[in-house]
Design a protein around this ligand. Sequence first.
Ligand code: SPV
Ligand code: MG
Length: 668
Amino acid sequence: MKALILNSGLGSRMGVLTSEHPKCMTEISPRETILSRQLRLLADASVNEVVMTTGLFDGVLVNYCRSLDLPIQFTFVNNPVYATTNYIYSIYCAREYLDDDIVLMHGDIVFEAEVLDKLVASPVSCMAVSSTLPLPEKDFKAVVKDGMVLKVGIEFFDNAMEAQALYLLKRNDWKLWLDKIVEFCESDKTKVYAENALNELDGKANIHALDVKDLLCQEIDNPEDLATVSGRLKEIENRTVYMTFSTDIIHGGHIQIIRKAQKLGKLIIGVLSDEAVANYKRFPLVPASERMVMFENIAGVYKVVEQKTLSYRENLERYKPDFVVHGDDWVTGFQKPVRDEVVSILATYGGKLVEFPYANDQKYRDLDNRAKAELSLPDVRRSRLRKLLEMKGLVTIMEAHSGITGLIVEKTCVYQDGGTKQFDGMWVSSLCDSTAKGKPDIELVDMTSRFRTIDDIMEVTTKPIIFDGDTGGLTEHFVYTVRSLERMGVSMIIIEDKTGLKKNSLFGTEVQQTQDSIENFSAKIRAGKAAQKTRDFMICARIESLILERGMEDALTRAFAFVEAGADAIMIHSRKKDPSEIKEFIEKFRAKDPSTPIVLVPTSFNTVYEEEWKALGANIIIYANQLTRTGFPAMQDAARTILENHRAKECDDKCMSIKEIINLIPEE
Ligand code: SPV
Ligand code: MG
């Protein structure tokens, strides 16, 4: 596709403005002339070959075009008799360069990017017309019937629309018109409009009317036009466009949509906060502060701001952008409520939503998968629990005891109120790990076997892991456990202040359980902290005083002593249904220690919502055994159903489909 720009005219109605250069070099804004704007928009629309006819000042014009340094290849054609002929003759002079699809425009037309984009994207020949503007007395009008342009000229008022000499002409249609132009010029009809030749074709050139309505598309004939157009441009250039990004990798697809958005106005980019990204898709590899810098450095981005939540409300109300740009992938699906909210906020002040086709390109998905894989590397995974705590204040952790339960924790996601919610990490429970192996929870499953479970989970997931270290064993052994876990990429070990043969805490005082002394347990914590190599790894001290009914004071004394010994977090446990003793502990602990993270395992005291725990000052909520306790009864039920029915059919409805399994477990 080539552009043909007609710049041979004298532009005498512009007065002194055209005394030293052609009209197209008239300034329309502090940075642009009519021509530089046309050429920049053509280059943006990937029209990179321009044939330009020239007349008076042709040397000035040629030098000017070259000085613009645009990715455009020019062919200049001088009309030697520009003073006595009309542009029909200029086209005739250029005819040998025009065997292509042609964007034809007069050199004095100013239009906004959307007009040219629509024109260039048109699958058929078309001419820019407006159904909303009044018919001009002395300028072009197009006679339009059934969407087709039949005639163009000044004299037509019936069935006519305001029209501008801006066309897309497909090669075959253009050839018909060009042949007529040649015929006219060779029989000396050179003082008429090229459209006179077109009109003789009686609509055979198949030119459709492209209705650009109120979009700017206007020729500049005199200083009054110049003032109007400059004013419109100022208003257009002050329009703002808002887009949100959650990505930590910028690829070609992003740049493409950014370029499209920039054509609509000054582009404000909202970078989604780390917390919102972590909830919405995955933990960001690059923090929001750095992602903001990435976008600030993309040419032509006007401003970068943080968007704290998936909802656009706060930023739309603050910046009131004229446009919000998004891919069309949110028209349906879980983001629909976010979109609906955007539409309703835009409606309050007359903003517009512009949706471009979503680039669902495999190569971009691969890129994101590679980034995701990085999250499973030991160093990256280990450090993430601390970051999540910092970012969210409260993190939620779900039990996993195998690859498949790990995948369930990794992937389960619910969509609520336009947002998403998923677990932040996994708890490798001693109870569930032992149960899965058919063994009691008495530190019988040895560390090697427990590590094997962690490895199975790590192989297929990326989220941080908290390991249930029971009593931690002998201090001499514990230091090795800390190092091994740290090396594997586990984020935290929780050890309980018990000694001897450990029994599960939920038995409480029904079984013989011995609490360790503060001194011994503190020494174990100190040794563990001294053994670890990184700053990221955390040792959490679990206090069993309430389980063993030793009272609140004992629990608090131990908590402060263990923090003193170096514990990075405190877990307080209870087997009562009533959450009051846990609430009392949090309140009293927080009165003296505002920052050490508090971990809870609300299996018995399960009536309190996460939001309330957060408000009270808790930081990690572990759902310690629910996958085990729901999974195994389902298996027992299936086994019983088959035994009772002597076949598997009755079990079918209880089964996960093979398709669902395939979705849960992707092949590499
Ligand atoms: C586990 O899940 O193994 C625990 C938590 O240690 S609890 O069972 O509540 O003691
Ligand atoms: Mg346990």
